[in-house]
Design a binder for this molecule. Structure first.
Ligand code: PHB
Length: 396
């Protein structure tokens, strides 16, 4: 026998999209229950990318999640694009009057979880057997087993499908109804976390004959760096010494400050969009609906943009009973998603060598980088996208 619980919006997935959705709904007086198969600890400890657009920061601060990003995050006023041995700075405030913040995603999750639990939210961590029912009916539901082995049926008006790229929500849409697009890439990133002081004040995106490298930061004592590797690479393939040698050779001109490497991972690159973001009363948001390669630093920012539109549409429904905004959710969100896809694809293909790259294409990419960095229009195009376009809705 399962116990029945009832809420207005049942949310599957306690990542940035699900937690922010629950938070914004609460501010509009709408109840929600969030479930996730991971433990709270696992969610708060999984290290992901760290660039927040100014608009994303504004949402967190202005809606009262936390202002820790302003204290513990690092404001970055530019990035460096490096190619053929020379660095070219993109000055964000000078070009578009906005900046970005380096503040890792798991810190955002720590803030969101704390803020939700403080407000008395119902979040069930460590659930199993989650399944979605009745998406096309007026009374959808989510069945699951909680961390203590008890079975529940969560009845709701709407389902928020925010369970990430590996989740079940989008696969619950029959293939014949689902319109989606997938693109793999013939390379991956080898990522490290190390204990060392920063080697540079801002991020360095470097394209070279040996492939791409990114020098990023986490804090004054922890640094994040990546270099492009073939798809089949495993973390065991590279010794620490080889990693430092490879990274250093790819950013010649900057002396990397080395320190103990305490995490290694290989990040696969994929572009994916599920345009069927509405299936009856289920709405997909964030990575459940789309993933981008990390080169454009757009992942979490796109999730936040989706959720702003979705929360606003749900609030309108509960306010006046109209489904107009809900029906417009997918088309509205998709405009920004495809911009984000284009920007991420563009940055990726401009900066990475494909394994069998024709010498012409390598020179052409350097030509493209030269054109972008030497023209104010080019730099502005990049800065506008990297720092994020204005949101489609206002929020309270
Ligand atoms: C990161 O710090 O992990 C990071 C930063 C920028 C990117 C990707 C990853 O484009």
């Amino acid at each position: 026998m399962s116990e029945t619980i009832r809420t207005q919006v049942g949310i599957i997935g306690a990542g940035p999209a699900g937690l922010l959705l629950s938070h914004l709904l609460d501010r509009a007086g709408i109840s929600s229950v969030v479930i996730d198969k991971r433990s709270r600890e696992e969610i708060e400890k999984t290290i992901r990318a760290g660039i927040l657009e100014q608009g994303t920061v504004d949402v967190l601060v202005n809606t009262g999640v936390s202002d820790r990003v302003l204290r513990d995050g690092h404001k970055h006023d530019g990035i460096e694009l490096r190619f053929q041995g020379e660095g070219h700075r993109i000055d964000f405030p000078g070009l578009v009057g906005r900046s970005v913040y380096l503040y890792p995603q798991h810190e955002v999750l720590i803030d969101l979880i704390a803020s939700r639990l403080d407000a008395g939210a119902d979040i069930r961590f460590g659930v199993s057997n989650a399944d979605l029912h009745g998406q096309l009916s007026d009374s959808p539901s989510i069945s699951f087993t909680d961390s203590e082995g008890r079975d529940f049926l969560l009845e709701c008006d709407f389902i928020g499908g925010t369970d990430g790229s590996q989740g079940i929500a989008k696969w619950s849409i029959p293939e014949t109804e689902r319109r989606d697009f997938f693109r793999p890439y013939p390379f991956a990133w080898f990522g490290i976390l190390c204990e060392a002081p920063p080697s540079a004040d801002e991020l360095i995106y470097s394209a070279g004959d040996r492939g791409f490298a990114l020098i990023s930061q986490r804090s004054d004592t922890v640094q994040r760096m990546y270099f492009q590797v073939p798809n089949e690479t495993s973390t065991e393939d590279w010794s620490d010494e080889q990693i430092w040698e490879e990274l250093q050779s790819r950013v010649a001109g900057t002396e990397l400050k080395q320190g103990p490497i305490f995490q290694k991972d290989v990040l696969q690159f994929r572009s994916y969009v599920c345009e069927t973001m509405q299936y009856g009363r289920m709405f997909l948001a964030g990575d459940a609906a789309h993933t981008v390669p990390p080169t454009g630093a757009k992942g979490m920012n796109l999730a936040v943009a989706d959720v702003l539109v979705l929360a606003d549409a749900m609030a309108a429904y509960y306010d006046n009973g109209s489904t107009e905004k809900l029906d417009n959710y997918a088309p509205t969100a998709l405009k920004r998603i495809w911009r984000g896809q284009q920007f991420s694809y563009w940055m990726t293909s401009m900066l990475h060598a494909t394994p069998d790259e024709h010498p012409f294409d390598q020179q052409r990419r350097y030509g493209e980088l030269e054109m972008v960095t030497s023209s104010e229009a080019g730099r502005t195009y990049l800065a506008e996208a990297y720092t994020g376009w204005p949101f489609d809705v206002s929020y309270n």
